[in-house]
Design a binder for this molecule. Sequence first.
Ligand SMILES: [Mn+2]
Length: 351
Amino acid sequence: MVFETKRRLERLRQKMVEEGFQCFLISKMKNVLYLTGSSEGFLLLPETGDPQLLVSPLGLEEAKERAKGCQIIELRPGERIFERVAAFLADMKARKVFFDSLEFSSAQLLKERLELELKDGMGHLWNLRKVKDEGEIEKIAYACKLTSLGMKALRESLRIGVEERLLAAIAEYEMRKKGSDGTAFSTIVASGPRAAMPHATASSRTIQEGDVLVVDLGATVEGYASDMTRTFLLPRATEKAIELLDIVKRAQSKAFEGLKAGISCKEADSIARDIITKAGYGERFIHSLGHGLGLEVHEPPSLSQHETEILKEGYVVTVEPGIYIKGFGGFRVEDTVLVCRDGARRFTFDL
Ligand SMILES: [Mn+2]
């Protein structure tokens, strides 16, 4: 971790200097975690000298224990952080400053005090964060294993009359017990007509004969997420439901087989979309094929028709085609995978 955060900080600094900027202000928790190992603090990365981590008394212990490669500066209780940032930027005579996220009022304060050019530098951070290193891959793979175990426990508890919320609890309990730090998002357990809503969370509805059930689940391990969806058909599911799930599964496995470094996000999306369109449900595939995943569940790139970016070795993405028919149900199968040179490696289990 020490070498990794140091390498990340140096690469970001190099980009900053190349573009003629003197400082990078980093306030998003996941970016601070990625660059320092601590999820506490506000990071100032100057062109020379130690990065400075401004920390409130509340986060001081964590920062001291976990932050690597930077100088920790304790803020006074109630001290306004941007007063300190402004003073720091004035001291170093910064003129061009990158930020990852900046509230309008904070930007205004800086502009009032200093002659500054402020520019969104989040793209530089994403360029680093998109390519996962060994340590990150290990954490994501572990989170995916826990998610698969949770999904398996849910499947084993699946019966007529059980509440969606109980099924969610069973899956989450299993993940927790095996080592998850928490869910990566609100677990989706959507049965019957509710399955047609891609973002429905678990409700008090009970599972009925003939239901379609969509379960979307994720764990976290040391800040890293996982994402997995399975669609289950209850006894007496209709012929149409069986057919629709088959189409989605076919689209999903073809997209997985075709995924590799060197193809574009759009091309990846097209593999699945063409299959679903040929089957007559193109209009019902209402989202993109997938998304990047790491410290956040949804990261760039988006595997969509609008994204021409080329996938690189080391990207972790989801592959999740779906078909949704209002009043009838929804069908989605999702795995988290690593993009490799000649293909993709699946982290979530085959179940
Ligand atoms: Mn997803």
